[in-house]
Write a protein that binds this ligand. Structure first.
Ligand code: HMG
Ligand code: MG
Length: 286
């Protein structure tokens, strides 16, 4: 077992994108600024997708303009296409995140195109990001189950991870989008993926719909993964994954890892305050 894990905070993006209340800009900035003092090395704060598709993220450039940039923290932004990349570069994102699906149904619902078409769209994005010196992370959605197509074959996930790596992403985050994936199936998927890609180039991204996210993290730790995405307050879900709940809560993951004797470099008090802030944002009146 390791004694060190990195938690990547995705609450301000994967969390807030799904909130029905339109969160005021100042609240988003306050959350990111508090998170910036917690010890995270990477915080996903923005999404340069179509504002027609995800209105909650329409003010992403203002978020990046308004936050205090903590030294040593990379502020990440989701990028779906060239237009998104241009917006992310103009806003000064520290890195971009491109995203694809291991299932055709979710690709259609989330990106309005097939898996092959999504890679055609992303090839020039990867080339331009490289030319601009912007590091790119990759996400694969639906690594065990798809809300539209049902169970997803581990080999299909491994194939998509390999294609993302060929685009030059430095890390692939494996999205258990529905949050219903059983640990046994997560283990089978990871065995297929790690037979082709080193575990050091992978991250686990577990939603917690069925309350199994921590068990899935444990399985991933056994398979050698050392980076996990989480959202303070357990915020989130995906607008195109009906019924899927939030990411594993950062404070729960942190508490569990600490209990296992695993270091994260995070300040638990700051994380707890950020979790309370995130929860109050969720419940504040519109
Ligand atoms: P489309 O409708 O097929 O394409 O959307 P389009 O090119 O016709 O664009 C539609 C409209 O959006 C047009 O505007 C474009 O100009 C505009 P209109 O003419 O209608 O006024 N547009 C943009 N505007 C601003 N920035 C852009 C941009 N691109 C187009 N970058 C598209 C295709 C990819 C844009 C759309 O499907 C989209 O935005 N999808 C993103 C959906 C999304 O954000 N989902 C949630 C994030 S993924 C996730 O949460 C999963 C993850 O957490 C991992 C996991 O848990 O699985 C990462
Ligand atoms: Mg997600």
């Amino acid at each position: 077992m390791t004694d060190r894990v990195e938690i990547v905070e995705v609450g301000p993006r994967d969390g807030l994108q799904n909130e029905t209340r339109l969160i005021p800009l100042a609240e988003k900035i306050a959350l990111v600024d508090l998170l910036g003092t917690a010890g995270f090395r990477r915080i996903e704060v923005a999404s340069f997708v179509s504002p027609r598709w995800v209105p909650q993220m329409a003010d992403s450039a203002q978020v990046l303009a308004g936050i205090a940039r903590a030294p040593g923290v990379s502020y990440m932004a989701l990028v779906p296409n060239l237009r998104g990349l241009e917006r992310a570069l103009a806003a000064g994102a520290g890195e971009g995140a491109i995203f694809v699906s291991a299932s055709e149904g979710f690709s259609r619902a989330n990106l309005n195109c097939s898996i092959d078409e999504s890679f055609d769209r992303l090839a020039p994005v990867a080339a331009e990001a490289r030319a601009a010196g912007l590091p790119l992370r990759g996400y694969v959605s639906c690594v065990t189950d798809c809300p539209y197509d049902g169970p997803v074959a581990p080999a299909a996930v491994a194939a998509v991870v390999a294609r993302l790596r060929a685009l030059g992403v430095y890390e692939v985050s494996l999205g258990e989008t529905t949050g219903r994936g059983l640990p046994e199936r997560v283990g089978q998927m990871l065995a297929a993926v790690t037979s082709e890609v080193p575990a050091a180039a992978l991250a686990g991204h577990f939603h917690d719909t069925s309350g199994r996210a921590l068990e899935n993290v444990a399985v991933a730790l056994e398979q050698g993964l050392r980076v996990f995405d989480a959202a303070v307050g357990g915020l989130g879900g995906c607008p195109y994954a009906p019924g899927a709940k939030g990411n594993v809560a950062t404070e729960r993951l942190l508490g569990w890892l600490t209990g296992q004797g695993i270091e994260t470099g995070l300040d638990a008090d700051v994380v707890a305050r950020a979790a309370a802030m995130a929860q109050s944002m969720r419940h504040a009146p519109a």
